[in-house]
Design a protein around this ligand. Structure first.
Ligand code: ADP
Ligand code: MG
Length: 476
């Protein structure tokens, strides 16, 4: 019997706001516990929430980037549950009337272009954090994170493979970074994934009982957890048993799933409209303004790079991983003529430099104009490629133009034909045996002779000129 998996995911993303969703505390990661709290986010009785418009703008950017329909009126709700990191005893979220519904995102699936439908995007506040290792014998609570602004993005159960979920998550992350809605910093819990999965006979249309996998904080973890769970469900149904609806916890270290609780239903949360906040109203003009301010999305940019600059799929993909790198590349291309050459330098030596310095394309000290100038010098043969790579590293530390640095360090290539001819002549005179072999048809000996001339020149000669002169002289 053939079984197929059905997967839908819910993603919580921290919005890149300066302040929390309903109070004026700054959003700070790390830092002294409970240094960024007030009566609102500590849930003191009588404290009233005030909506932060910055969060609304970023949630709108998210919804519109995902091609959702934005509802001009949405309603805040209280989701009631008890947990010590939730001081109010409820979370302010949106339930029956969310900010946006019915979106879609394209991604590269295992079988080519694919898309997934977005069921809804809503805003909500985050909870605090329990600290199990700060106070011996006790659990402490840090409320710095409490009340920070999140969006929850819920997909339809459109995925069939864990690999597709993973590549969708990559596309989603890039998209949210491009539009400036979130840093999607997974190490800091800025993007968290819950994956829902069921299995059914291939080709059937109903939905089987699902389980929900929580606590996954890496894309590879999502893929591994889903693969394990799908295998478990298939063996369960093949043994004639029924999959129990439940919530599972992913343990990344041990690479295993643990039962967390039997599945709760939404009525368990006693959702009801939040009495302290009016409905969220957005004007059509605001939607239009935000829509018009969205940048080109990563997928579109990748396709344009392939078409306009004739880059390989791989180069286009690497260059559009971040908007900053793509911008950098396009600035270099504006100065250097050949996009393929620019791509080679940006994805190769520049990327290596950024990794080494821990910088990104926005902060790396060698700016596009200098990168372009350096590439230009390599292209004209003024400096060798390997010398240029060391110049790039120097440019990150020293002021000055690429040609200043090349000059100061004597790295310009010798391109004077007369001088190179002299070295060529010397080598030919002292290597008569090799010359005879070359003339007898052993053409690969040329490389050796080029090497000898380069050696005579102390590495300074332009190898292209050396090669050309040797071929000419060896003809007669
Ligand atoms: P719940 O009420 O249990 O939270 P929802 O209907 O709200 O379930 O869906 C939550 C997520 O689970 C969505 O991403 C949805 O696509 C996915 N989902 C729903 N039913 C199934 C199913 N039978 N198998 C796989 N995923 C599912
Ligand atoms: Mg749900």
């Amino acid at each position: 019997m053939n079984w197929e998996a059905v997967i839908g995911v819910e993603i919580h993303v921290r919005l890149k706001t300066q302040h929390k969703l309903f109070c004026g505390n700054r959003v700070v990661f790390g830092g002294e516990p409970n240094a960024h709290v007030c009566s609102v986010c500590m849930g003191l009785p009588g404290a009233l929430p005030v909506l932060n418009p910055e969060a609304v703008e970023l949630a709108l950017r998210t919804a519109l980037a995902l091609e959702c329909t934005v509802h001009l009126e949405s309603v805040w709700a209280r989701k009631t549950y008890f947990y010590p990191d939730l001081p109010k005893g409820y979370q302010i979220t949106q339930f029956e009337q969310p900010l946006a519904t019915e979106g879609k995102i394209d991604f590269s699936g295992s079988e080519g272009d694919a898309f997934v439908c977005i069921r809804r995007v809503h805003m909500e506040e985050d909870a605090g954090k329990l600290l199990h290792d700060k106070v011996p014998g006790a659990t402490a609570i840090d409320l710095n994170r409490a009340g920070t602004a999140l969006v929850e993005i819920v997909t339809e159960p459109d995925f069939r493979t864990p690999g597709d979920v993973r590549s969708f998550l990559g596309e989603l992350k890039r998209t949210l970074e491009y539009v400036g809605a979130s840093d999607c910093n997974m190490e800091q819990g800025g993007l968290r994934v819950d994956a829902n999965v069921s299995v059914r006979k291939t080709g059937s249309s109903g939905l089987g009982n699902k389980t929900e996998i929580k606590n996954v904080n890496s894309f590879s973890g999502v893929e591994r957890a889903l693969s394990l769970e799908i295998a478990r469900q298939i063996s369960t149904v093949e043994a004639g048993n029924v999959v129990r609806q439940q919530t599972l916890l992913w343990d990344d270290h041990r690479a295993e799933l643990r039962e967390m609780r039997s599945k709760e239903e939404s009525h368990d949360y006693r959702y009801f409209p939040e009495p302290d906040l009016p409905p969220l109203r957005i004007s059509q003009e605001q939607v239009t303004v935000v829509l018009n301010s969205l940048p080109e999305l990563p997928r579109d940019r990748r396709c344009r790079f392939e078409e306009v600059y004739k880059l390989t799929e791989y180069d286009a993909e690497v260059l559009t991983q971040s908007a900053a790198t793509a911008d950098y590349f396009e600035e270099v291309v504006g100065i250097v003529i050949d996009p393929k050459v620019a791509a080679k330098w940006v994805t190769g030596p520049l990327q290596a430099l950024m990794n080494q310095l821990g910088e990104d394309a926005q902060t790396v000290p060698v700016r596009p104009e200098k990168m372009a100038a350096l590439i230009g010098l390599v292209e004209t043969g003024a400096v060798s490629e390997s010398a240029a790579k060391s110049v790039l590293v120097i440019l990150a530390e020293e002021d000055g133009s690429p040609s200043d640095i090349i000059e100061a360090r004597g790295l310009f290539q010798e391109r004077d034909v007369h001088r190179i001819s002299t070295w060529v002549g010397e080598v030919l005179a002292t290597h008569s045996e090799e010359v005879d072999r070359y003339r007898a048809g052993e053409s690969k000996i040329l490389g050796y002779l080029v090497g000898r001339v380069m050696h005579s020149s102390g590495g300074a000669a332009d190898p292209r000129i050396v090669r050309k002169l040797l071929i000419e002289r060896l003809k007669n």
